[in-house]
Design a protein around this ligand. Sequence first.
Ligand code: SAM
Length: 337
Amino acid sequence: MGDEDPFGAYLRLGHELRAHMEAILPPGWSWPGQRVLDFGCGTGKVLCHFADEANEAEFWGCDIDRPSIEWVQRNMCPPFRAFECREGASLPQPDGYFDLIFAWSVYTHITDRWAEWLLEHHRVLADDGLLLASFIGEGMVEHLTSEEWCEDRIGMNILNEGNPWDCGGPTVIHSPWWLRAHWGRAFEILDLWPSVSPPRRPTADDAPTPTHGMILLRRKPVRLTVRDLTRLEPDEPREISSLQHSVRQLRHQAAELRRQNAHLGGQLQAAHTDLTQRIGEIAELTQQVRMAEQNLRTAEEDLGRYRASLEAIQGSTSWRVTAPARAAKQHVKRLRT
Ligand SMILES: C[S@@+](CC[C@H](N)C(=O)[O-])C[C@H]1O[C@@H](n2cnc3c(N)ncnc32)[C@H](O)[C@@H]1O
């Protein structure tokens, strides 16, 4: 959210995203009476800007991240409604429930289960219901991969597979042709913007900005399976060229991870050697301390014995009988000096 003013960034970005959303929704769209789902709502950054509308419409949020959803439930419900969902594509609502589902920066992270989720969204959308999703495309690819944008090389390319969610999760990059081909089987593509800043329809003069793209889709009355959505588009050579590039990207990432692994392995080895040396030093010091303790114990035992002998001498009859002679001797010594 930005280090300087995270709360300010939370409000500003959410406000901007609402503006982007309203810029792409069909003319005449209005909120009252609609049932809307913010899929992958996180901490409600976008949702919170619909507080007024939520009195006249149903605004739901869901996310797999329990702390985020608990926060939304504590702080924003009502008027909003929020529930936790799982990575498996299943929502609790009946068929045809929602009029609009929006997913900001969520399909940009869903790797293996994208087709299941798309079909689940298709199921819970009303006839003619809308799905609005952001995607990582032309605007951000250079920023993310240091590669120039090239549609031949991008279909649905996955990077950073297995990256923990705290570090941003995996990244999915989409090309418009691929979205049209695959998502277009279940949805009519109403609009597609390669990047979304400023919040208005891009013109031919607009250079892509380093932002997500947006795709607006309308549910088609079809019944499809995961296989239907994932099969390669016939007569589309970019399916193969993008898969080839995806393999190159993954090989590059694997090599990079191996390099980092080797580097970390070297550091680990050095730390191990250092630790072994320190353990040796500590063992030596421990041995010295033990010997010093033993010497101290011996000295204390000797001292005890000397004290006992002294007390025995001082208590003896001969010591007491010779006491005046010793005192006289001391006296003479003092006189002489
Ligand atoms: C980059 S964040 C975007 C959050 C929010 N949409 C926003 O714009 O602030 C991605 C969100 O998607 C959520 N997410 C990822 N996979 C999901 C899934 N299968 N179902 C629901 N939420 C998911 C993550 O937990 C995270 O909150």
